[in-house]
Design a protein around this ligand. Structure first.
Ligand code: SAM
Ligand code: SF4
Length: 352
């Protein structure tokens, strides 16, 4: 699927590096010259919450036999690492709903070339699993938490569980995770009330808070008016928490971080809607059922499960699929354009 190029005012459009074919390019480079080293792996589409911005209340989860085994995931990561991937993040659905996730962590930290392994979780089961994940070698942890208010937690997640998330964060800190990042989706109607308490809570506990602008990837109908924008978040923080200043930025990192000038730590914003970072994107995704996606908003996928389930696994076919998928990546997601088409899979089934 080819889309019209995304171009924001004041930004240059990347020229296509059209002279090379995918199999000739070193590593995972797309036709705009973007090198991909960052892989997000969904380990399940199941979840114990039903966040309104992410998934529908009623959902049929995939049969567990459709999900990649830990060994299949590790084989995929070995091939990806041989092509230059060094950063891996486990996600879902809720990754801690996958039994014995620490065993996958152990397999992945042992893979040559993987030097950065992270996990994104809603934190509900974290108190039970933090120690075994840490022992297995996991160090980077993002916990999603949009509000400290029990009523708004219930309204957003359609479930109970705020206390368990807070207990999970405390246990993760106790066992030694650092840094611990807290991810909050910035949704108008909620964020106005939650930005300041979340910022104060994270400052008090030494967590790095990150706001993510609400994106059109859930089950709900999305409108731009429902996004609480990064500049509004920063205004609130500057006005009601403490002054912040931008810290030097790695352009391929989606978050722009800000430091509190009083030494209170870091707060970040991921401005996916108001300031897309597609031009520097270095990410690709593997879904729990073995589909390769070259963009969160991709409308096409490449199935690699059959290659992983062959005996022995077809590593060169996986490498070719990876190269071709990356090469075919479009320039940008076009959330802001009239031509934007929302993918059929909602966030929980892709892996955020
Ligand atoms: N269940 C885990 C969790 O919630 O952290 C991992 C999967 S979840 C899909 C990953 C991240 O995507 C979470 O931080 C969540 O808040 C974010 N997310 C989900 N739907 C979103 C949306 N429509 N816009 C922005 N972020 C979203
Ligand atoms: Fe579940 Fe995470 Fe989606 Fe919430 S954001 S429904 S916790 S997958």
């Amino acid at each position: 699927m080819i889309r019209h190029p995304l171009q924001l005012a004041g930004e240059t459009v990347l020229p296509r590096a059209a002279t090379r074919r995918p199999t000739e390019a070193p590593g995972l480079v797309d036709s705009f010259g973007r090198r991909h080293n960052n892989l997000r792996i969904s380990v399940t589409d199941r979840c114990n919450l039903r966040c309104t911005y992410c998934m529908p209340e009623e959902v049929t989860f995939r049969d567990k036999r459709e999900l990649l085994s830990f060994e299949e995931i590790a084989t995929f990561v070995e091939v990806a690492a041989s092509l230059g991937v060094n950063k891996v993040r486990l996600t879902g659905g809720e990754p801690l709903m996958r039994k014995e996730l620490h065993k996958l962590v152990r397999l992945l930290v042992a893979i040559a070339g993987i030097d950065d392994l992270g996990l994104t979780t809603n934190g509900l089961l974290l108190a039970d699993h933090a120690a075994e994940l840490f022992d297995a070698g996991l160090r980077r942890l993002n916990v999603s938490l949009d509000t400290l208010n029990p009523d708004r937690f219930r309204a957003l997640t359609r479930r109970e569980g705020l206390d368990r998330v807070l207990a999970g964060l405390a246990e993760a800190k106790r066992v030694g995770f650092a840094p611990i990042k807290v991810n909050a989706v910035a949704l108008r109607g909620f964020a106005e009330h939650d930005v300041v308490p979340l910022a104060q809570y994270c400052r008090a506990h030494g967590f790095e808070l990150r706001f993510i602008e609400y994106m059109p990837i859930g089950a709900d109908s999305w409108e731009r008016d429902k996004v609480f924008f990064a500049h509004e978040i920063l205004d609130l923080i500057n006005r009601e928490v403490a002054t912040v200043v931008p810290v030097p930025h790695d352009p391929s990192a989606p978050a722009q971080d800000y430091a509190y000038t009083d030494g209170g730590g870091i707060v970040g914003v991921i401005a996916s809607v108001s300031r897309p970072f597609c031009h520097h994107c270095n990410r690709l995704r593997l879904t729990a059922d073995g589909k390769l996606r070259n963009c969160l908003f991709a409308l096409e996928e490449t199935d690699v499960k059959a290659y992983l389930r062959a005996t022995p696994p077809q590593r060169s076919a996986i490498a070719t699929a990876l190269r071709e998928s990356v090469w075919a990546k479009w320039e940008g997601h076009e959330i802001n354009a009239a031509t934007f088409i929302k993918p059929q899979r909602t966030m929980h089934a892709i892996g955020g």
